[in-house]
Design a protein around this ligand. Structure first.
Ligand code: ZN
Length: 298
């Protein structure tokens, strides 16, 4: 057991908030807003005889923007110790509630909170740190109405992992011709030899006439953004968000998914003209991407 852990353990059982008072009585407007946000249409939560949805328990104790003044020093001290040891990040991990009595319109909410436990040092995907569990006892007009147990992890973020490689394309006999084209800086579109229709992505047969005979045409590389998304989350190791993923309509009429480059992602617009270029991603991989043409951004 480390010296730090002994210090942290000493906070177990100490008050995190004492004699807290909810800023508002239990009231219809807050219940209505909650129910609208949650999509809960139960009649039990309507009208002057309404009870509050049980899961609102914590809402009545929250300080809002202006905060509370009743927070005890112990919680801040504990956070200070963890910060000082390098566990500077915080994430809420889970919450458990127990309901003992309904909260009704007009109830005055009071509460006390206690630091229930501080875990040993744990390593998670996010990083290494300590879990801190706080229990809040919520009272309505002096009577225990429920408990709210809340756990956070105070942690030191894991060191950034080395950047991974961009995923490799899966190349098989049905699409090898496309990648052979990319190697020669050509964007090849399949053309059915039966009905002459163009298709993309590459497929063994024609969706229009069923023919398995095909040749290719080389795209001029001109296109427009038919649709797009800007990726912020989730992060993937080989990608640097934010970045734009576009559905590009080629001048030949087929559409393909690729990155839109050469313009900040928030400037990409539907209908924006783009042109093909080849992006060298790493030693083995080049990809066809689309660069915004000057003046096309929104
Ligand atoms: Zn065909």
């Amino acid at each position: 057991m480390t010296h730090l852990y002994e210090q942290l353990k000493a906070y177990e059982g100490r008050a995190a908030a004492t004699s807290g008072v909810g800023k508002d009585l239990v009231n219809e407007p807050m219940i209505r807003h909650w129910c609208e946000a949650m999509g809960d249409t139960s009649p039990a939560y309507e009208g002057p005889q309404a009870t509050a949805p049980p899961t609102m328990l914590q809402a009545w104790t929250m300080g809002g923007l202006s905060g509370h003044t009743d927070r005890s020093g112990a919680y801040d001290e504990l956070f200070g110790l963890l910060d000082g040891a390098g566990y500077t990040s915080v994430v809420a991990t889970d919450c458990e509630q127990e309901y003992l009595r309904p909260l009704r319109v007009g109830d005055r909410v009071t509460y006390d909170a206690v630091i229930e436990s501080v875990s040993e040092r744990k390593t998670t995907k996010l990083g290494t740190g300590h879990f801190v569990t706080t229990r809040m006892d919520v009272r309505a007009d002096g009577e225990l109405a429920g408990t709210h147990r809340f756990r956070i992890l105070k942690y030191a973020p894991a060191a950034a992992k080395p950047k991974g490689n961009r995923p490799r394309p899966v190349i098989n006999r049905d699409n090898a011709g496309f990648w052979d084209g990319v190697a020669e800086h050509k964007l090849l579109i399949q053309r059915c030899e039966g009905c002459r229709s163009l298709r993309f992505p590459w497929l063994p047969g024609c969706n229009e006439c069923g023919s398995q005979e095909w040749d290719t045409v080389e795209s001029s590389g001109a296109g427009t953004v038919y649709s797009y998304v800007v990726m912020h989350h989730p992060p993937f190791p080989a990608f640097d968000p934010p970045y734009a993923v576009g559905l590009i309509e080629l001048a030949e009429g087929v559409r393909m998914v690729s990155n839109v480059v050469g313009v900040p992602p928030d400037k990409v617009r539907i209908g924006m003209p783009v042109e093909l270029e080849f992006l060298r991603v790493d030693k083995e991989l080049e990809l066809p991407v689309f660069s915004a043409l000057p003046g096309g951004e929104g």
